[in-house]
Design a protein around this ligand. Structure first.
Ligand SMILES: Cc1cc2nc3c(=O)[nH]c(=O)nc-3n(C[C@H](O)[C@H](O)[C@H](O)COP(=O)(O)OP(=O)(O)OC[C@H]3O[C@@H](n4cnc5c(N)ncnc54)[C@H](O)[C@@H]3O)c2cc1C
Length: 417
């Protein structure tokens, strides 16, 4: 049955959150002629973690018209990912050009304050109305259909905005997930993270200078090492919560002790000094039991977040924004904003999340290595590198079946949802 949009809505679409997901979605819809409003609680540029892009973002940047801005930016070019083993040996880098031809084989390491501001300004340039320092307090529903939001300005002034479609792009704040109590744990995936920024860390020569390096740790867990502009390195650990959040010990001390315990990483940071505070999250993973409904849809981290290991967070935020924008455009044209119409692409997104979950589970299985997998199944090596480039929005049945012969699959996320 059709669900017609709110008859007297001021905006076609109101978006809670102006991060990469919200900004990309609103830009695409504004380009298609829709009236969009973004509300963000912060003033940009604002701090955000998550700096390493993966190559499959390229096509979306192209569609957004952002490539020229990115090409003329200071963001380091990322050609590859490299693993450093538990005993300190460097693997050969996985160059994306092995499987992608042309300019899309290279991506960027971005300082998020600047990158997110760039995307939000780009949305403004395309006619999106942006109001910052506006916290969306709640979504308004009439007979189960979202009809707008209530927001509060910095000085406490409330405002009601009516819209045909409400998009939750609020990231880990999970506006609708919390309001409708849809948030759930991901069974068996409990990881925490601590991270900081260091000026003067070592960079490799040539095109490896901008690579993401992953240092595997003897005690389990791993470090990321991401070169950023201004001689800054983003460096963070992902490991079990009990190891990183120790009562009576600061995150600062724990991060430094972990760096010292990884000689290959400590050597890279030998001459570096810390800039700014150590930050952390005691629980990384969550999902939502439902991700769209009549008149509303979630995108990006507001849908789910599993683990940073494949650096796919921003890609999934942009890809889910693109799919949601296309679904919303069709729904508004048809005058039907029902859950079925808005959720046209939900199955593909859930499937990609299941595949990502499989890959994460395999990564944390201490009896399994991707090197052994690639040796046994050379026909799947390209798919494996594809996963490192973000290409998981496709049929991966053969690949996951091969994976299951070497590492047991985790419970389906759909079961937790
Ligand atoms: C430790 C860690 C490391 C990571 N590393 C990487 C990486 O290297 N590469 C990568 O691709 N991804 C990484 N990620 C994931 C990445 O940060 C996210 O996937 C990405 O930022 C999601 O974008 P988004 O637009 O969905 O949400 P966000 O970027 O979080 O944007 C949400 C916006 O909503 C606003 N907001 C929140 N609540 C409200 C409200 N009530 N009202 C109004 N505005 C609101 C916020 O101010 C924010 O601007 C990492 C994540 C973590 C936790």
């Amino acid at each position: 049955m059709k669900t017609p949009p709110h008859p007297s809505a001021e905006y076609d679409v109101v978006v809670a959150g102006g991060g990469p997901g919200g900004a990309a979605l609103a830009t695409l819809l504004a380009k298609a002629g829709h009236r969009c409003l973004i509300l963000d609680r912060d003033r940009f540029p604002r701090y955000h973690v998550g700096e390493s892009l993966i190559p499959h973002t390229y096509r979306i940047f192209e569609r957004l018209g952002l490539l020229e801005k990115l090409k003329s930016s200071e963001f380091p070019l990322k050609h590859s990912v490299r693993f450093v083993t538990r005993d300190g040996r460097d693997s050969a880098p996985f160059y994306f050009s092995e499987i992608i031809s042309g300019p899309g084989a290279v991506t960027w390491q971005v300082e998020r304050g600047e990158f997110d501001r760039l995307l939000l300004d780009h949305a403004r340039e395309h006619g999106v109305e942006v109001r910052d320092r506006m916290l969306v307090d709640r979504v308004l529903f009439e007979n189960g259909q979202a009809t707008g939001v209530v927001a509060v300005s910095e000085d406490g002034e409330p405002a009601t905005v009516a819209a045909r479609v409400v998009v939750d792009a609020s990231g880990r704040a999970c506006l609708i997930g919390n309001q409708l109590q849809l948030k759930a744990d991901v069974p068996g995936l409990h990881k925490a993270s601590l991270w900081g920024y260091f000026r003067g860390g070592k960079r490799l020569p040539g095109i490896d200078a901008g690579e993401t390096t992953i240092f595997m740790l003897r005690e389990g867990g791993w470090f990321w090492y991401i070169p950023l502009p201004d001689d800054i390195i983003s460096c963070g650990i992902v490991a079990d919560p009990g190891r990183l959040f120790i009562p009576g010990t600061s995150g600062q001390d724990t991060l430094h002790a972990e760096i010292a315990a990884c000689p290959a990483l400590a050597e890279r940071l030998e001459r570096a000094h810390q800039v700014g505070p150590v930050r952390g999250l005691p629980e990384l993973a969550y999902l939502n039991r439902r991700t769209c409904g009549d008149g509303w849809i979630m995108i990006g981290d507001a849908r789910a977040f599993l683990d940073p290991i494949y650096f796919s967070g921003m890609y999934l935020a942009l890809a889910s924004a693109e799919l949601a924008a296309d679904a919303i455009h069709g729904a508004l044209a048809d005058g039907d904003v029902s859950q079925d119409r808005l959720g046209l692409n939900e199955r593909d997104l859930w499937n990609s999340l299941e595949v990502t979950h499989r890959l994460i589970h395999s990564f944390y299985d201490s009896h399994f290595t991707f090197a052994a997998f690639a040796a046994r199944f050379p026909e799947h090596r390209a798919t494996l590198i594809n996963c490192l480039t973000g290409n998981v929005l496709k049929d991966m049945t053969d690949f996951t079946a091969a994976l299951a012969t070497m590492t047991p699959p985790p419970p389906l996320l759909a079961a937790a949802a």
